[in-house]
Design a protein around this ligand. Sequence first.
Ligand code: AMP
Length: 427
Amino acid sequence: MSFKSLGLSEPLLRAISKKGYEIPSPIQAKAIPPVLEGKDVLASAQTGTGKTAGFTLPLLHLLSENPKDKYRPIRALILTPTRELAAQVYANVKEYSEFLNIKSAVVFGGVNQKPQVATIRQGIDVLVATPGRLLDLEGQGALSLKRVEIFVLDEADRMLDMGFLRDIERVMKLMPDKRQNLMFSATFSKEIKKLAYTILNNPVQVEATPENTAVEVIEQKVHRVAKGKKTGLIIKLISEGNWKQVLVFTRTKHGANNLCKKMIGAGITAAAIHGNKSQGARTKALAGFKTGSVRVLVATDIAARGLDIPLLPHVVNFELPNISEDYVHRIGRTGRAGASGEAISLVSADETSYLRSIEKLIDMRIDVEIIEGFEPDPNASTEPIKQGQNRSQGRGRNSSSNSRSSGNTRTTNRNKSGNRRRSDNRS
Ligand code: AMP
C-alpha cells in the first residue's frame, strides 16, 4: 500500500516524501480513508505508531480541497493534553502543510500569550491547543471556534487522567454541532468509551496492532532493592554501565527534582521534566537530552507523554507507576523501530502490588535480579504507598509478602505468546 493509493493530494504526497516516509503505518492505512470520507473515527493508537500523521494528513487534505474563507476562520481544532505534545503535533502540521495554502498555530500555557494571539488574529485554518490556554483565549475573545469543521481529540485517555473532562465539555459547546470528530486514545476505559459516545457520531473504529508489542521486543528486568538504596543503585547502573542516554521515571515532581539533583551531585548530567517546569526549561531539557549533552532525563508520566525520543537505549522506572498501563507506555519508549532496548525497574517492597498488576497486564513475569550491596529490606512493609504520600520503610515486619519479595528462586517457562515467564516463589 502507498500513500498515493490512500487518495492524498499531490502537495501532501510531496511533503510525505520529503519526510522520508515510504509506506503508511498500519494506523495511517486504517484511519486515513474513513477520515477522507468525512466519517467520525475512533482510533486506538499510542505514540510511536504514526498516529499524528494518521489524522493530520487527511485533515489537511479535506481543508485544502474545500473552498476557503479569505478571513481564515479556525476550521480544524486539534486538542492535546500536554504542551510538548501540542508543540510536536504543530511541528507535524507545519511540515505536512508546507506545499499547501494552509495556515496553522499552536497555543498552550506557560508561555506569553501575546505572540499566540497575534498569529491567530492574522487568520489560521488549523489550531493545535491544550485545553486551558484555549479556553482562556476564547474567554478573552481572542479566538472563535464557531467555524470548526474538524475536531481532533488526541490522547483522550491522558486528557481524562489529567482531569480535562470538564474543559473538553466546555470546548465542545463552543463548536458547531455539525462537524467531523476524530478521537485517539491508547487505552479504552469505561470513561473513555463514555466520552467517545458523547463526542463521536457513528464512528468507524480503527486499531493499530503493532507487529511486536512493546513487551515482546524490550528486555525487561526488575531490581528488588531497599527504598533508601534506589538512588545509589541507579547511579551505579548508569556509571558502571556507561549509559549515555537514560530516561528515568519517577512518580512525583518532587521525586524527579530530588533525583535529578543527586545525579548532578554524582557527576552525571541530568535534567528534570515535569508539570511545574516552565515551558522554556522543558524544551531546553528535552533538546539537551536529544543532542546528548544531558545524559539522564528524569520525568513524570504526564510530562513524558507524547515525547518523540527515537531509539532510546535505556528506560528506568525509579518507581513503578500505580497505573499498570503507564508501565507499557514508559517502556514503549525503548525498542522503537526494531532497535533493541532495555527497561529496568527498581522495585521496593511497597511496590509489590504494582509489580503484580503490571505482570498481570503484560501476561508475563519480569526477571528479578538483586545487586550485591543493594538488597531489598526484609523488614519493609509491602503495603502499597498511598497516592501523594511518601512512606518510610520498616513499618510492618515479616508479612508473608515480605519474605516473598526477598526470595529469588524460580523456574522459567513460557506464556502463550512465547515470552519467557517466571513462576517463582513470589506467587
Ligand atoms: P507518532 O506516533 O505520530 O508520534 O509518530 C511516531 C514517529 O513515526 C514520528 O517520528 C514520525 O515522524 C514517524 N512516522 C510517522 N509516520 C511514518 C511513516 N509512514 N513511515 C515512517 N515513519 C513515520
